[in-house]
Design a protein around this ligand. Structure first.
Ligand code: MG
Length: 379
């Protein structure tokens, strides 16, 4: 039995993790759940899975049964837990991830910002404490699976669906509304990550994650547009061989593997059908139309607190876009302007990391008008 704590249980990855736990109830025991504002769903989850502990922003609204209230860090350090699934969004995952690693737990990581902002600290903590750090993101899970039994990869290829606007002309991209951007053609996800997928910022964050997870230099991590979303990533080795990971685009697969590796168990995802012809295409990214990818790569290469500033700036820019204040095409220049203005420090403490993130959020909120007026004049 693997005893699992699920942080972010009411979100998209959280509910899919519980679906896997329901299916593998003989192997996975959910012993703690932590949720945000959806206290009704959290109460239902507690009633169904009977965890020992829970965490909520609004504990007074939660019907907790016998579950004891705890903080996410207390949950992450509890000795009765083997694996902590970190499926929170943004900065909330950082402290519990570090706490879980410090206590030698396996962390199954779905939260991007944790590695992007604090990759160095997180990897160091995992090594120091002999803790496991496994990815839940589909691309990183694919790379991890391709690397089983292998050593010394030469290049990593992250695949990207390209999002809903990849084939649109530049003028059309400028007119994209939040409603259009929120309708992702393949993956069903939260709103922040859906917008990040449409701008390709999500793929940029994934480059930084891959750099830390697999200890690969940035120049050996490439992104390919793969519209069919069946090849989830690829690894090239020294002899020129490339291994690819293929499956239905279903996060349940990556979640289940993170919780049961190295074993594989029967899942609930239907197998790929080969009854009709399939064509797979791969192409390099047009970074002129989708500049977020280069903006993120630049922040990763610059290191220090630049990736934290990247996360903060992007979060603020996506918020402004979703509330109709800035246009879709203003997201990249807003983030880029914050990076140019950022005064970095070493990313050696949670405080330094969070300070850089907050600074960048504030910078974008106070300066978006300058960026938007510049792009107005260009039109
Ligand atoms: Mg992904």
């Amino acid at each position: 039995m693997t005893r699992v704590a699920l942080l972010g249980s009411t979100g998209s990855i959280g509910t899919q993790t519980l679906q896997v736990a329901r299916h593998l109830h003989k192997r996975i025991e959910v012993v703690a759940v932590a949720g945000g504002s959806n206290t009704e769903l959290l109460s239902q989850q507690i009633a169904e899975f009977q965890p020992r502990m829970f965490c909520s922003l609004y504990p007074e609204r939660v019907i907790a049964g016998g579950a004891v209230q705890a903080t996410m860090e207390e949950i992450a350090s509890d000795e009765g837990i083997d694996t902590v699934v970190v499926a929170t969004t943004g900065r909330a995952g950082l402290a519990p991830t570090l706490a879980a690693l410090a206590h030698g737990k396996c962390v199954a990581l779905a939260n991007k910002e944790v590695l992007v902002m604090a990759g160095d600290m997180v990897k160091a903590a995992a090594k120091r404490c002999g803790a496991g750090l496994v990815p839940i993101d589909s691309e990183h899970s694919a790379i991890w699976q391709c690397l089983q039994g292998e050593s010394s990869p030469r290049r990593l290829f992250l695949t990207a669906s390209g999002g809903p606007f990849y084939d649109c002309a530049e003028e059309q991209i400028r007119m994209v509304t939040p409603e259009q951007a929120l309708a992702h053609p393949v993956w069903s996800m939260g709103s922040k990550i859906t917008i990040d997928s449409a701008t390709l910022m999500n793929k940029g964050l994934e480059i930084i994650e891959a750099h830390w997870l697999f200890e690969m230099p940035y120049e050996d991590i490439e992104v390919l547009i793969h519209r069919q979303c069946i090849v989830h990533s690829m690894v090239e080795f020294g002899d020129g061989t490339i291994k690819a990971h293929l499956s239905q685009p279903d996060m349940a697969l990556a979640i289940q593997y993170a919780l049961t590796h190295p074993s594989r168990h029967e899942g609930q995802t239907p197998p790929l059908s080969w009854d009709t012809p399939r064509t797979f295409s791969f192409e390099p990214v047009n970074t002129t139309r989708f500049p977020c990818l280069d903006v993120a790569r630049k922040a990763g290469l610059a290191g220090r607190t630049y990736p934290s500033a990247l996360c903060g700036a992007d979060e603020a820019a996506v918020d402004l876009f979703l509330s109709g204040v800035i246009g879709f095409a203003d997201i990249a220049p807003s983030v880029d302007s914050a990076l140019s203005a950022h005064d970095p420090t070493d990313a050696t403490s949670v405080d330094a990391i969070l300070a850089a993130e907050e600074w960048a959020q504030e910078y974008v909120r106070s300066n978006y008008r300058n960026v938007c007026s510049r792009s107005e004049t260009r039109k």
